[in-house]
Design a protein. Sequence first.
Length: 883
Amino acid sequence: MPRRRPRVLPVLALALYLAALLSFAALPSFAALPSLAALPSPAALPSPAAPSVPLEDSAAIENEARALLGRLTLDEEIELLGGVDSMYTHAAPSIGLPRLKMSDASVGVRNWGPSTSYAAGVALAATWDRDYARQLGESLGGDARARGVNFLLGPGVNIARSPVAGRNFEYLSEDPFLNAALVVPYIEGVQSRGVVATVKHFALNNEEFDRHNVSADADERTMREIYLPAFEAAVREAHVDAVMNSYNLVNGAHATENRFLNLDILKGEWRFAGILMSDWDATYDTVAAANHGLDLEMPSPRFLNAQALLPAIEKGLVPRAVIDDKVLRLLRVAVRYGFLHAAPAQAQTAAAQTQATADPTPESTDSRDSTYSVADRAVALRGALESLTLLKNDGALLPLDSTRIKTIAVLGPNAYPAVTGGGGSAYTPPFDAVSTLTGIANSVGSATRVLYDPGLPSMRDVFRGTRWLEPVTMATYEGTAFGGRPHVTTVSTIDNGPQNGLAQPDPTPRSIRYHARYRAELAGRYWVLATASAGDGDRLTLSVDGRPLAVPLHAEGEVPPAWPITLAAGQTIDIVAEYLPRFAGVRCGFGVAFEPALVSETARRMAAAADVAVVAVGFTKETEGEGADRTFALPWGQDALIQAVAAANARTVVTLTGGVGTDTRPWLERVPALIELYYPGQEGGTALAEILFGRHAPEGKLPVTFDRSWEDSASHAFYYPSGGAVGPEAHPHVRYDDALMVGYRYWTSAGKHPLFPFGFGLSYTRFKFSDLKVPASASSRTPIEVSVAVQNTGGVAAAEVAQLYVSNPSAPMPRPERELKGFARVRLEPGETQRVVFELDRRSFSYWDEKTHAWTVAPGRFVIRVGDSSEDTPVSADLRVID
Ligand code: BGC
């Protein structure tokens, strides 16, 4: 398949944008700041790379790859099918192929020391900005090259089906069109820097619950219309050179051995020419994985190894040609990207090649690649500025007038240090991160007092501060079954954190049972908090008065558990905690806290004394991340904190971090302003200050419906497996009976309204949509042009996202009420009008026909709607599609 050259970045638009961005540096309160002063002038920013690599497919490349293959023995070929040292492919010294280095990616280049940390995937989607996606891809590609990384393990494009899914923040949005539109320039950007992008997790990885074992079961139409289009665009339009299979099974077959996904669709229909790798330890069977499309088992060959494959080849269970095909894919990529040489895209001596095969890939020597990139800080700032989404702004509290604010209180656990990204393999340690507190402090003049308090204790403060009614008994049993005579001691608190030094394997298995008694002095809501090194395999279960505390439904790595309980004044409770340590020592803790007493008096006083209070709450890498789903409710104590601050100060702004979807019911009516930060990366604090003080109008738009409650989500009833056991030996089935009704498709079809709809985000100005031009009738066989005028009718320069939704009321079968099929971002001066043009292709009108297994257009009536959210589409017109 011929490869398209990457599209050329609209350099002028980018330069204008950055000029506007950098003009902030001219503002008096900014000029002195080292952080922003360090940002480069637009001229100094790297120009988009003239791609020397990857080369396009050609007969010469095919010949070279085949010649290299011909020089490998079967044993050498098989070695190339498995990873090594966690983040490398295997080398083939006899042909000068070094081992190839990988890195995680969803927030930045993660694995090789600190790196620029960008706004996370969900925030990229909130920008609705294809140009930014391209620029982000280029920056990530450059960061990767500078670290000698050959494969970037991103982007993740799974659909945000449910608000509690632990990895939503890494992924993009709830909409296949938006995901596809952004992933293409992102991948083109990465690959234009000579780094292979890896689109993941193929496919239907939409929850973390028991993620290695659950089978995501969906009908073909649901897969084609919702869950696959972003992968399809990555392969067919962006020509991504690597795909990563997911952990979960799909319709009963592990993704790594799923014939339908890997052979029929990916490599068959979509003609994917690159490398299909497994997720880490997601391979389960030698023959099935080998024959059903897997090319590379990561991180090590537990199944695709010589011991297992040679006899299978001998017996004819795995054709030799299948092995050759896998190796050829790797070799083609290696040739096209210049990986056969030690330094990317550079000629090497034989000696250097030998050295390169033995050791990690050397860092790039390309002058554009720096490990600390000043230019990339501007990109990180751009991502945060464009994504932050203003959800509520009663009485136009924002923007704040910095000249009139004498005192600002910055409160909350997420105010400092910076919350840049969620947890797990995506977390990227930044060089320097600007917290909400620092961003605000940098931004106000020296005449403004900045007051700061986290507002809540840490979990270990609670453990240490719990006054038990009597000393806690700690019974330690030999073995893991709480059997035999225990060794019993008493302790006054249980405050061992998971961070008690390096874990040493436990030479003698133990089980420990604690018995604690607690008396509630006052009536009200209490929190039972607990933590253990669950990620390392320790287990901790608690019961209160003999009733097990509902363990959040996480079979793997649990979020730090927190249970609210209501107690009467003077009520005494018995807590039994059973702990199974996997390592030497004790690394668990638990305690009880009275909710009204959690909020610090200092925070209340500061809120009352300030002209305005900013409460920074939400999730962090500890409470939201890979390997566990998260709660819909905010982490413990945060609702109470917001309520207390709002009671003390009517001018309260709440900022939320997280992958969207949070219970705001306990406090939303009481606060005038709410800003969704997502995970804004290292420049989040600077971007927030820009928006709070009106130097930049907010322009992010929700890429995910913001539900009132978890129960309101269309996926709620279909999220957990319907029956069946959970765990390694079982494959519980999660039936996607919500089918096409994901996010706004559900809400608009049901005629109901979520808290904040998909596509929604406030600005400091107003926009007007008018003069929608749609042909009365047209054939969908050639692109149909539709246009609309967008005018900034307010007084502030700002950006708007025009969103085009298509409805098909005459469809012969049920279709979602509306579907996003176009969007365009426009930046307009006050009073300025711009005409936005959309091109609708045949897919814009198609549904997947289960009978014919094909995309199909049902000629008839369509309605085109344009507006600035899935619910607010002020202009619409009918279109008769004749074929
Ligand atoms: C994650 C992948 C990641 C890999 C390597 C796995 O646990 O699911 O997304 O790329 O680890 O870190």
